[in-house]
Design a protein around this ligand. Structure first.
Ligand SMILES: [Fe+2]
Length: 185
């Protein structure tokens, strides 16, 4: 059976997922599916595959549109907007890496300068809008988060999930995985 939370996710992506993922060459839906596929290829568990799929749900969960031009302020707090909803339906192991995926980029760019050098122009712009390089106390706070490691893993898939050529399953194909997380909560 398909749970209502799973149905809601599918509906959101069907209704609002066709918009571009910022100034990248893929849609919101393609970005989410690619991120989930990358997680799966790395042998990630169900919670992390779901986190990859849902990490940018905050961009489409309400009517606030994602900024499409890099000239705008790209810090739209999207990592927070879907947090409570994801946590209540799919659990903390899905929701917390989602909440932390923006901080994880700042963390990675701070501790791995070569990571910063590889960001796409849009990702570099949002990095600066979201606060840029972390201070030592911000690094320590991030490392203290129980899902810090998972957030960093998610972040690496996120930054690779922008390939206009990549083939993926459909959003409906992830319904059984999402359903199982709802049932296990
Ligand atoms: Fe993303």
């Amino acid at each position: 059976m398909v749970h209502s939370a799973t149905e809601h996710v599918i509906r959101l992506f069907e209704q609002r997922g066709q918009g571009r993922y910022g100034s990248e060459q893929v849609s919101q839906l393609q970005h989410a599916l690619q991120c989930a596929v990358l997680a799966k290829r790395q042998g990630a568990g169900s919670a992390m595959i779901a986190a990859a799929l849902l990490h940018d749900l905050g961009h489409i969960i309400d009517q606030k549109a994602m900024p499409e031009s890099d000239d705008q302020n790209l810090d739209d707090a999207h990592e927070q907007r879907a947090y409570e909803w994801i946590k209540s339906h799919f659990g903390k192991a899905v929701a917390d890496p989602v909440r932390l995926h923006v901080a994880a980029k700042r963390y990675l760019c701070t501790v791995e300068p070569e990571y910063l050098a590889k960001l796409s122009p849009a990702s570099l712009k949002s990095f600066h809008d979201q606060g840029g390089v972390m201070s030592q106390s911000q690094i320590d706070d991030f490392r203290d988060e129980p899902f810090a490691f998972e957030a960093v893993e998610l972040r690496r898939w996120d930054d690779l999930a922008k390939d206009p050529q990549m083939q993926t399953p459909r959003i409906e194909d992830f319904a059984p995985l999402l359903d199982r997380l709802v049932e296990d909560l």
